[in-house]
Design a protein around this ligand. Structure first.
Ligand code: MOS
Length: 718
């Protein structure tokens, strides 16, 4: 199946290319959305509701309007009409939800901190002071922010119908079986860079925004739709993004608010969310309840898995993901039943968050598999190998590539799996209990359509252009490496331009698809450009080309190509997945219940590693996210008020350096030539998927205590 790689796998040592934008980032010359300075800039601050459900009874903006520097106070009473908001309810579907939150649209309050006003002033501080003077009263209604622990209240979203492969609930008739419930709390993306937008109307129907987004083209399309503008009249810039993890995959109300504000004051408006605002304005990983029934024969062959899940969503919009998908595809199990529902609450709408769906599902499934391994008295890795899927159990297709077995082996060796005691709570090290755990995951390896323009100029500099955003993984670096290899030139002769909607089409940076998608297009564009040069020379064969000299000899200022590239028709024949496994060694204090992560080894099967340094960063970052999910992250709502009580970095805990040991990132590094010519699959999502289970499983191995409700805080272990 695997042909020889057409791009040499770059060794996974520390010798890879450093980030091409590293200097710009550390010196501050890289500009993020909030950092642009425009003439006549004004500053907007949102005022949020203090109730969670009901309507605005009165809103007094007089004091704010009179405050120094205040230019406007926008509320639903005076906001200009947003054309895209004026959609009639579909009479055929009276029960349909109203859709994405419409800002300053009517008096309704749908969630706590629902924007009720926006104060715009000539400085940020004056806007903030003005915002403190807005007074609203409310008609309060009873709210419900508390998710139930079962499926009974839920509704079936798209794809949520009960599904069975083979016999329904077959696990119940297996000789060895267990059934357990698992929950994950609401978790928040919390990128370091706050969501921010600068909106500027260039004329009545032409708009420019500098906006934190994972996709400038998609954001342009959405804004054009909401404001009924022509797409080409909207320019979206997002050259640098300081992390997003899924929170910038769509246009949120604060973005619409800033654009409305710029219309009102006829000047550019900058709106930066506060950290507390980040907890209910830009999505989150939803609370999800899961129940897994799993059964096997005495020798460990899986008989059946039943996986039910219920996730929370808002009252106005459905958000659904695929926590149950992992159970359909990770193991060769003949009988699988899944059922997924969503439960509407008076909260904000969740969204995709790194490893969306699969990270949630893998916590439950990989915990359940670990529990089963103890019942069976079979090593957890062996149990996974007994049930290793050689073809996709969900659709019967062959995998484009799968080396998860090698990943298991590499990781087990590196973590010292042989030192793991089979019985829990057997080992002490300096007064701490020692445990080992592992958990794996999969995520679809996607390749979308992208267009890249490649220009070789007379000075020998190659410029590549495409509208992708880089939310932090180092897209420019990976693309530069692909182009350097293809063209046979040094990386410092390459410029990669992105993050502007006027550039050639590229999809959002999401679903771990950028390297495969945009990388595939860079590969093809460079191949075509090189051929163009070879043709010009008439020899067709020479491999090492002096591009500047050829251009000079032919008296040409430059040569360029624009190439659109996507997955070939052959791709449909395969199931394309990236795979990962995480291993942890943890220490648990027997008296205090404190968990220390002692060692982490992550192994990814994500095809060819194009950029070793940034690939390592992806894996390390994902693993840290997984440690946060396992041990710390939990959005806590005071249900009496419907308000988050830990909506800041002091109270919402994420791992810091002191919580993180050296993390080893290993790569199988074998090409998947079905997906693209580099052989590269995605890795951002699998970097996190499975990690929380690896920690939970290690904690069990250390203590004999199984925590099924994340996060695993000390109080759950004493
Ligand atoms: Mo990601 S959750 O596809 O940004």
């Amino acid at each position: 199946m695997i042909k020889e790689a057409t791009i040499s796998a770059i060794p996974t040592s520390a010798d890879g290319l450093s980030r091409v934008d590293g200097r710009a980032k550390v010196t501050g010359s890289a500009r993020y959305s909030a950092e642009y300075k425009l003439d006549g800039m004004t500053y907007a601050v949102l005022v949020g509701s203090t109730i969670t459900k009901g309507s605005i009874a009165s809103i007094d903006t007089k004091a704010a309007e009179k405050a120094p520097g205040v230019l406007a106070v926008v509320t639903y009473l005076n906001a200009p009409k947003v054309p895209g908001y004026q959609v009639a309810k579909n009479p055929a579907k009276p029960e349909a939800k109203s859709g994405p939150l419409k800002v300053f649209y009517d008096d309704k309050i749908m969630l706590n901190n629902h924007p009720v006003a926006m104060v715009i002033a000539d400085t940020f501080e004056r806007a903030q002071y003005g915002a403190s003077l807005v007074k609203a009263t409310y008609n309060k209604e009873a709210h419900d922010t508390k998710p139930p622990k079962d499926l009974s209240k839920g509704t079936e979203p798209w794809g949520g119908k009960e599904f069975s492969r083979g016999t329904k609930d077959a696990w119940q008739n297996a000789p060895i079986k267990l059934e357990q419930e698992y929950t994950i709390p609401n978790e928040f993306h919390n990128p370091m860079e706050l969501h921010a937008i600068i909106a500027k109307w260039d004329s009545d129907d032409k708009l420019t925004v500098w906006d934190k987004t994972q996709g400038v083209k998609a954001t342009r399309g959405d804004i054009a739709k909401v404001f009924k503008l022509k797409e080409e009249d909207v320019q979206v810039n997002s050259q640098f993004v300081g992390g997003a993890f899924g929170s910038a995959l769509q246009v949120w109300p604060h973005e619409v608010a800033a654009i409305i504000g710029a219309k009102v004051v006829k000047r550019p408006v900058k709106l930066v969310l506060s950290r507390p605002d980040m907890f209910n304005s830009v999505g989150y990983r939803p609370y999800t309840w899961q129940k897994i029934g799993i059964g096997a024969t005495a020798d460990g062959k899986l008989v059946g898995i039943t996986h039910e899940a219920a996730g929370q969503t808002s009252s106005y919009e459905d958000f659904a993901e695929g926590p149950i998908n992992t159970s359909k595809g990770l193991y060769a199990c003949p009988n699988v039943t899944t059922h997924y529902k969503i439960v509407s609450l008076d909260v904000g709408t969740p969204t995709w968050m790194r490893g969306p769906g699969e990270a949630t599902g893998a916590f439950a499934l990989e915990s359940a598999l670990d529990e089963l391994s103890y019942k069976l008295k079979v090593d957890p890795i062996e149990l996974r190998m007994i049930n290793y899927a050689k073809t996709d159990p969900d659709n019967g297709k062959p995998y484009s590539s799968k080396y998860l077995d090698e990943a298991y082996e590499m990781g087990a060796k590196q973590i010292g799996w042989k030192d793991r005691k089979v019985e829990p709570a057997q080992t002490m090290q300096n007064g701490w209990l020692v445990g080992y755990g592992m958990g794996g995951g999969m995520f679809g390896a996607y390749r979308d359509k992208a267009t890249v323009k490649a220009v070789m100029a007379a000075d020998g500099i190659l410029t590549l252009q495409t509208a992708v955003s880089d939310i932090g993984p180092g897209t420019g670096t990976a693309m530069t490496l692909i182009a350097a290899e293809r063209m046979g030139i040094s990386p410092d002769k390459i410029k990669f331009e992105m993050g502007e909607s006027s550039l050639p089409d590229a999809p959002m940076q999401g679903g771990s698809a950028t390297t495969a998608t945009v990388g595939g297009a860079v590969y093809d564009a460079c191949t075509d450009l090189k051929q163009k040069f070879q043709k010009l020379m008439g020899n067709g064969g020479a491999d090492k080309l002096d591009y500047a000299k050829i251009l000079k000899d032919h008296n040409l200022p430059s040569l360029d190509v624009t190439v659109q590239s996507s997955l070939g028709a052959d791709g449909q024949k395969y199931s394309m997945q990236s795979w990962s496994v995480h291993f942890t060694k943890v220490l648990v204090h027997p008296t205090t219940g404190v968990v220390k992560i002692d060692k982490v080894v992550c192994v990814a099967d994500s095809g060819t590693i194009v950029s070793p340094k940034t690939a390592r960063s992806q894996i390390v970052g994902g693993a840290i996210g997984g440690i946060g999910m396992a041990l710390m992250e939990e959005g806590v709502i005071d249900h009496r008020y419907g308000r988050y009580v830990n909506n800041n970095f002091a109270d919402y805990h994420v791992p810091v350096n002191a919580d993180i040991p050296q993390i080893e990132a290993l790569f199988v590094n074998k090409p998947d030539l079905q997906i693209n010519k580099m052989g590269a699959k995605g890795m951002g999502e699998i970097a996190l998927i499975g990690m929380a289970a690896a920690v939970a499983n290690a904690v069990y191995n250390a203590t004999g205590k199984r925590v099924r409700d994340l996060p695993i805080t000390a109080d759950k272990l004493i």
